[in-house]
Design a protein around this ligand. Structure first.
Ligand code: SF4
Ligand code: SF4
Ligand code: SF4
Length: 345
């Protein structure tokens, strides 16, 4: 059992040895720089010897759910693999969304079989954001751009300072990773001056988030969303929406699905595929009836789901402020603006 004397410090070049040495027993996923929409961005990739991964910066384009709740999977029989995995560079906005997934897909009388398998076999090494994107607004949701140990959502956390990582243990499961760290790397206690640098770095990101979101307030009355049933208001807010479903597909906390049976020879498979409440056919029933026929009704439903229904069901808003729905929207609808406008009507 590794010592739990933390925070610890490890050099980046040394940490790479850990990743290289666990390949036989783990699939390792890391964020890498990629170009998207003409800008530098990050995307998860399975490790194959490329050490140019980026653990600091900000969230990936793809939400963490793409590694735990695949776009399309067989649920009968379950198709998830039980090989152990380590996912690194997970940001706090994705961790908080995973908590919603845990509540929706693992608790009570419904357990999603694939999610359970992926989740149980995956270790999470999160990391601090030392930068923020223009769509980031975790601060408006009163979250921080680094994980909180008390949330118990990460196994280990890495805070990058220059070419070093400050390592923090977040869970019992993380002790296994600490053992591996001690086995493969030169680990020491984090000295005071490095911890002071971390405080400065975290302050800097918090300030950047405040600057990015200076036109918006975290003091928002979300009850105005469900209370507002004015067709004119919602029609105006949704008038540019082209119903592409991008905002829900990219959202780390959306989990709506459609299930189909597919025949495989004399047998069949039950396939679960992502669905979107923003699409016309969503929740349509036999005979063509739909509970939300119009665009504004579907648009409003997303806001109600995030800021009313999920809060009631999971004691947490369905938005963690990752900003992906803002970045992806072809109609340039900014969720922060929508909520701001709803405060004013
Ligand atoms: S929303 Fe916050 S936690 Fe998420 S990437 Fe941006 S700064 Fe980091
Ligand atoms: S609603 Fe938008 S900003 Fe909030 S968690 Fe989902 S994608 Fe991120
Ligand atoms: S991404 Fe934008 S255009 Fe597409 S469904 Fe969502 S709000 Fe509408």
């Amino acid at each position: 059992m590794a010592s739990s004397k933390i925070p610890l410090l490890v050099e980046r070049f040394d940490f790479i040895k850990l990743i290289q040495n666990v390949q036989e027993n783990f699939d390792v996923f890391l964020p890498y720089q990629t170009e998207y929409d003409g800008k530098d961005n990050l995307s998860y990739k399975k490790y194959s010897g490329d050490n140019d991964f980026v653990l600091n910066k900000y969230r990936t384009i793809d939400p963490l759910k793409t590694l735990f709740y695949l776009t399309s999977e067989s649920v009968l029989p379950p198709s998830a693999e039980s090989r152990k995995r380590i996912v690194l560079g997970v940001k706090n906005c994705d961790l908080l969304a995973l908590r919603i997934y845990d509540k929706a897909l693992l608790e009570d009388n419904f357990v999603e079989p694939n999610y359970k398998i992926w989740r149980e076999n995956t270790y999470i090494i999160s990391s601090d954001c030392d930068d923020a994107l223009q769509s980031c607004h975790c601060n408006l949701m009163e979250y921080t751009p680094y994980p909180q140990k008390d949330d118990g959502l990460f196994d280990l956390n890495l805070s990058q300072i220059d070419d070093k990582y400050i390592v923090t243990l977040g869970s019992k499961k993380g002790e296994k990773l600490l053992d591996l760290l001690y086995e493969h790397c030169n680990v020491k206690d984090a000295p005071e001056d490095i911890l002071e640098k971390l405080t400065v770095q975290r302050d800097k990101v918090n300030k950047k988030l405040s600057e990015i979101n200076k036109d918006f307030s975290a003091k928002r009355d979300y009850s105005k969303i469900s209370k507002n049933q004015d067709v004119k208001v919602w029609s105006e807010l949704s008038k540019e929406c082209v119903e592409c479903g991008g905002c829900t597909n990219i959202c780390p906390s959306c989990y709506c699905i459609i299930v189909n049976d597919e025949s495989v020879g004399a047998d069949f498979k039950r396939i679960r595929t992502w669905d979107s409440c923003q699409l016309t056919g969503y929740a349509e029933v036999a005979g063509g009836g739909s509970p939300r026929e119009r665009v504004w009704e579907r648009f409003r439903n997303r806001y109600q789901c995030k800021f009313d229904f999920m809060k009631k069901n999971f004691s947490q808003y369905g938005c963690t402020g990752c900003g992906r729905c803002i970045a992806v929207c072809p109609a340039e609808i900014d969720q922060r603006e929508v909520i701001k406008k709803l405060q004013e009507v």
